[in-house]
Ligand binder design. Structure first.
Ligand code: ACO
Length: 360
C-alpha cells in the first residue's frame, strides 16, 4: 500500500542529483559519464568533501595513512565476530572507530570498509592478514589486501570505476539514514554504521549476491526466459531490475557494463558468463515489459555489479561490503552537509489507528 508520502522532499543537497526520468546522475555538477572517464575514487572524495571537511593536501596519501591506522582493529576479530556474515562483521569493526566530525574521523571511515572486508575475508578463509600499503591507490590496495598478490591494471581500473560509480546517489535509503543520524548532531561513525544497516537489505545494496544466484539458477542463456517466467509467476522480483527513482535504464548499469567488457577483453571474465548475463538481461527486460506493462522496469546498478565483483574475486556474500567501500564517501559528505546546514529531521507520521478506545 502506498503511503502517498513518497514525493515529500526530505533534504536539499548540493552533492548529487538523480534524474530518474532521463536516466542521468550528476555528482556536484559532473555527470557520471564524465566522472568515470576522468576520476579515480580519491578524486571523487575530494569532490564530495569540498566545503564540508578540511581537505588533506594529498587525498591519496592521507587515505593510505588512514588504511594503515585502522588496520590494527582487525586484531579484535574473535570467533564470534568471524561467525557473522561479512557485512555484519564489517558493521561491528566500523563501530570500533571513534565518533567524530573531522577529516581524521572521515578518512578512517572511508578506509575501514576496504581494510576490514579484505581482512575478514582472509581470516574466514584461514589466511594470514595482508597489511595495507599507504603508497597504493585505494582500489589497488584493497585488491592486494584481499588476494595477497598485486592485481593487474585492468582489475584496479575496474574496482576504481565501481567505487566511483556508486560513491553517491541522492537520497537513497542508506544516505537518508546517514542524514537522519547526523541531523541529531551525532558523529560520523554513528551515521556510517546506521547507513550500513540500511544498505545491507536485499531491496537496496544486498541485491548483487542474489543476481549471481539467479545466473546460477538459469544456467544457460536458452533457459533464461522459462526460468525468469517461473520466478515472476511465483511472485518473485527479478534481482538487478527496477528502481524507485529511475524510470529508464540506470546510468550506472552502463558505466559498470563498460568495466565488465574491459575485464572480458583482458581475459578476467569468462566470456560464457558474460554471454549468460547478457542473455538473462535481454530476457528479463522483455518479460518485465510484457508482464508488468504499466511499470517502467529496467536494469539497475546491481546487475553488472554482480558480474564485476565476481570477476574481481570478491565472494558474493561480501558484495554489500564492497558497495559500502564506495558509498561511504557519499554517506560522509551527506552527513556533514546535514550537520552543518540542516535541521533535526523529524518527519510526521499519519495516524491511521483507532481512536477513543478504553485501556484494558
Ligand atoms: N521484478 C519484478 N517485478 C518488479 C521488480 C522486479 N525487479 N521491481 C518492481 N517490480 C514490480 C513490483 O512487483 C510491483 O508490482 P505490483 O505493483 O504489480 O505489485 C511494482 O513493480 C513496483 O514498482 P516500483 O514502484 O517501480 O518499485 P518499488 O519502488 O516498489 O521498488 C525496487 C524498487 C525495490 C528496487 C524493486 O524494483 C526491486 O525489488 N528490485 C529488485 C531488487 C533490486 O534489484 N534491488 C536493487 C535496487 S538498486 C539499489 O538500491 C542500489
Amino acid at each position: 500500500m502506498s503511503s502517498g508520502l513518497e514525493d515529500v522532499v526530505a533534504a536539499e543537497t548540493v552533492l548529487s542529483d538523480v534524474d530518474g526520468k532521463n536516466g542521468r546522475l550528476i555528482v556536484r555538477g559532473v555527470s557520471l559519464d564524465e566522472l568515470v572517464k576522468s576520476s579515480r575514487y580519491e578524486d571523487v572524495l575530494e569532490l564530495l568533501f569540498d566545503g564540508f571537511l578540511d581537505m588533506p593536501a594529498n587525498m591519496r596519501a592521507a587515505l593510505g595513512a588512514a588504511r594503515v591506522e585502522v588496520f590494527h582493529h582487525l586484531q579484535a576479530v574473535d570467533a564470534d565476530l568471524l561467525a557473522l556474515s561479512p557485512v555484519d562483521g564489517l558493521r561491528a569493526l566500523l563501530a570500533r572507530l571513534p565518533d567524530g566530525d573531522d577529516t581524521d574521523a572521515a578518512l578512517k571511515l572511508v578506509a575501514g570498509p576496504g581494510v576490514f572486508t579484505a581482512g575478514l575475508l582472509r581470516l574466514r578463509a584461514g589466511e594470514a592478514l595482508v597489511p595495507p600499503n599507504a603508497a597504493l591507490s585505494h582500489a589497488e590496495d584493497i585488491l592486494t589486501m584481499l588476494h595477497g598478490t598485486a592485481p593487474v591494471a585492468q582489475q584496479v581500473a575496474a574496482l576504481d570505476r565501481y567505487l566511483v560509480t556508486v560513491a553517491d546517489h541522492g537520497l537513497n535509503a542508506s544516505t537518508f539514514v546517514a542524514r537522519v543520524v547526523a541531523s541529531t548532531q551525532s558523529g560520523l561513525t554513528s551515521s556510517v554504521v546506521a547507513a550500513l544497516g540500511a544498505l545491507k537489505g536485499p531491496l537496496h545494496g544486498g541485491a548483487p549476491g542474489p543476481v549471481l544466484d539467479m545466473l546460477d539458477g538459469v544456467g544457460t542463456p536458452d533457459n533464461a526466459t522459462a526460468w525468469l517466467d517461473d520466478a515472476l509467476a511465483r511472485g518473485e522480483r527479478l534481482m538487478g531490475f527496477g528502481h524507485r527513482v529511475y524510470r529508464v535504464r540506470d546510468p550506472r548499469a552502463d558505466a559498470l557494463k563498460g568495466a565488465v567488457r574491459l575485464l572480458a577483453v583482458s581475459g578476467a571474465i569468462d566470456p560464457a558468463r558474460l554471454a549468460l548475463a547478457e542473455g538473462i538481461e535481454a530476457a528479463a527486460l522483455d518479460l518485465l515489459k510484457r508482464k508488468k506493462p504499466d511499470r517502467a522496469l529496467d536494469t539497475n546498478v546491481e546487475f553488472y555489479t554482480a558480474l564485476l565483483l565476481e570477476a574481481l574475486g570478491f565472494p558474493r556474500e561480501a558484495f554489500t561490503c564492497v558497495f559500502a567501500m564506495g558509498r561511504v564517501g557519499g554517506w560522509i559528505a551527506h552527513a556533514r552537509e546535514q550537520a552543518i546546514g540542516g535541521r533535526l529531521i523529524r518527519p510526521q507520521s499519519v495516524y491511521v489507528g483507532p481512536v477513543g478506545r478504553v485501556a484494558a
